[in-house]
Design a protein around this ligand. Sequence first.
Ligand SMILES: Nc1ncnc2c1ncn2[C@@H]1O[C@H](COP(=O)(O)OP(=O)(O)OP(=O)(O)O)[C@@H](O)[C@H]1O
Length: 965
Amino acid sequence: MDSDSDSDASHISATPPRNSNPDPPKHTFRVSPSLKSNPKSKSTLRNPRKPNPKSKSTLRNPREPEPKSEPKPSNPPPEVFPSVELSNPHALSVVNIRQPAGLPNRSSSFSRLVMSRRSSFDPSEFQNGGKFTACDESIDSSADGRSSLNGPPKPMNVHPNQIGPEAPAEQPKRRECGGDGKNRSFDEAIGTNGMISSREKVKPKRVHPNWIGFDAPVEPPKRLKCSREGNFVRLNINGRGRRFTFMNRKRRSSFSYRGRRSRPRPVARKSDTPEGEDSVLDSPVEQRKSTNCSNQLLDETVMAIREDPSDENFQKLLKLTHGYNSFREGQLEAIRRVVLGESTMLILPTGAGKSLCYELPALILPGVTLVVSPLVALMIDQLRKLPSLIPGGLLSSAQTNDEASETLQKLHEGNIKVLFVSPERFLNAEFLSIFVDGLSISLLVIDEAHCISEWSHNFRPSYLRLKTSILRTKLTVQCILAMTATATTKTFHDIMCSLEIQQRNLIRVCHVRDNLQLFVTWSENRQDLLLLMKASPLVDMHSIIVYCKFQTETDLVSKYLCDNNISAKAYHSGIPAKNRSRIQELFCSNKIRVVVATVAFGMGLDKSDVQAVIHYCMPESLEEYVQETGRAGRDGKLSYCHLLLDTTTYYKLRSLSYSDGVDEYTIGKFLSQVFSSDDHLTGQVCSLVKESISRKFDMKEQVLLTILTQLEIGDEQYLVLLPQLNVTCSLYFHKTSPSLLSDKDILIASIVKKSEVKDGHYDFDIPTISNNVRMKPADLLNRLQHLKSLGEVTYELKDPAFCYTIVKKPDDFCSLSVDLTKRLSQVENCKIQKIDAMFSVAWSAVKECKCINGCSNSLHSACIQRKILDYFDGRHDLLDNIVSLKMTRSSPFLRADIKVFLQSNSYTNFTPRAVARIMHGIPSPAYPSSTWSKSHFWGRYVELDFAVVMEAAKVELLNFVGKHD
Ligand SMILES: Nc1ncnc2c1ncn2[C@@H]1O[C@H](COP(=O)(O)OP(=O)(O)OP(=O)(O)O)[C@@H](O)[C@H]1O
């Protein structure tokens, strides 16, 4: 979640540099419990102290993959769109491209990437479903997301102040596309800071009413009424603006739909509320323009529905608010149930109009409608699209305190009917207290509800907090509407169970739109994309999305297209938010024809006339495939979706899905650290600095958060998670001396006593001081902020950390570790099944489809749609057998290679999992790709089943330790 949500949480690995032979890195040997000494902990082994022999391996694995035969088209295509026969010399002659301009040197990595499916991906570039990582965008979803592979991919949740991951290679880089003139002029227009250049500015611009712009006139926020005023919410990600000063503002106004009101409460400061949200725009968000409707007419219609919820009355309201004549399938049913107070699970295809299902109830129900959304960008988009008759607002960590205060003020005044928040907001006690003491929530909407389920393609730990049991204890939610476009039977059962939604309240319209023509071709050659783009029908299309899996890949592919006179722009979560937003905007206004994107692109994209979606790499799941193809043809017109299938991407994705796995032994050690504090009975704040803890236990931050969340909301509650904080503070004194200020202030006295003094500043750990003076970290920071405003001090914060208080220490660490490990491994297996299912469906279309029942040549809409339905209905067994043939089961060279690897890195601690990851080319916090991809064993066994590699590593580690003990 991201996350390129590109979800972007996972940054991934490369195919091995087989011929390069740099010395593997030498690490300082550290003692760790050995496999031998502890039968429970067989997974950690250590190598004895001995000189580091140079790798003398003469073993080479003759495992070059066999060339794949191209699928032979059987019948002439009856489809509306003609298809290009890829990797086919005849097709080449048709489009007259034998040697594309600017084709890179074959020996370059770009060449490997673009020209061959045996590509070498930069490990840092994998984009995870993310979608929601940093959902929050995380949802690149994560985004990157996306995501760790859990999401997101995900994207990872990123605090605004968060320091990036350890490995430099994991920092996304942007490469400008400088191919043709068009593209350069676009870059000029964008400018380095994402602003429009003066040349573009002088042009008269047509501004969409809902446009989110960077140079839009900033209007002062107005008090809203249920009228046509529209509203503005200013977001400021750069921290400009004043600090939080919200205090008991005078309440004003009444609003005909207001809920219960209470005294306004201060919102937590920005620094206290790091949410896993993606970066957002520094821009006003303008709501959709209103329809021509008077307040009186609206009030009358709403009253009529409250008295008589008939179809006619609902339709009248729809016409008034949105101007539509009729409801789409599933909408009216969902709206009626929600208005009647029945919690509902709504599964509608992408672009089918889910937002309407909370927008109308928000007008009808008396209290506030709270919409939980995984991405800030998505929230902004949803708010912008909200008809101005429905006053809305959002709370996000990207806002300044003034902005947040203003939103809260409006909320208390009854001037916000729909409030968008991120799931991380539910960690904030002060936010929750608004609803406990005052405002009533008539409806809680959980958008992208699949994020609740670990069995979904995009799980986010923060969504677990939305379980009904927790909501019930913390909030008085009267009704829940869970919405998603993609949920398998297992996923939606899990969601409904978590949210206590009754089976009869499931509304499911599950289908792939008929106007999407689904093509698949086998493609080992990256030139195929160019062939496609230069041939009919794509050559005549004005709006095309090309999906890739890796950030670098999007840059390279877009450059490749530009070099070949196809104007294209890359989009991924490594690109600054402003530029991303600008690209999306230009794409929406048809000023960019082709966007080459990771999964980070598309969430909240409501462009109705996207004509084609090309998958340059296969998606990680059928859910992702459905989501991404669903971005085409929302206007109902025939649209073109083409998947270029290859085994390299499949192996790579499968391999990467092992990047979240953890051993029982490691979880046990982590639990010992979590509960190491003796202060658990006094409710003292504990913290774990994310980066160092992640490296120490070789677990991704997203996995750590999942475990901590399970410890809070699992069967038994062991801890309470607090908002994440930057826990290390460097304090500088300016006016009064520290000792004099200490005399006046107990907090400063404690800081001076417990700090380490370095170069004139005082470094301290915030939880330690706050425990010492018995002050909440939030209050401590408020106090420092006050001293800063007096000119007494300045300070810097760093080290983002998980914070929590211990409720109870587990009685049995062993069984708790076993349970958690089992859960994580089930999730890992589920992820692999999703990749296998995606590959199976595409594979069988290409290799096995008999081209009857509507399929022909490379058009496989009929067979793919049928299998997608089977998949979402849980009928997987149809898919299994093909994939099992694809993974290599063994290699005679594996153990010998591992042996050589261990000998040449005898000063480093390894677990079997760590060795297997290196052999698969999967970076991890303790073994980053920046260091380990230099080993020529990196990624060498990506085509071999991970479990097989891990087993061999275990045997070799045992042998190695046995010999050297
Ligand atoms: N009843 C309707 N009649 C006509 N257009 C509609 C109707 N309901 C929704 N729409 C339009 O359909 C488009 C998609 O709606 P919306 O964004 O709510 O879809 P969604 O299901 O949330 O999509 P996604 O899954 O991609 O988020 C919007 O432009 C919306 O105005």
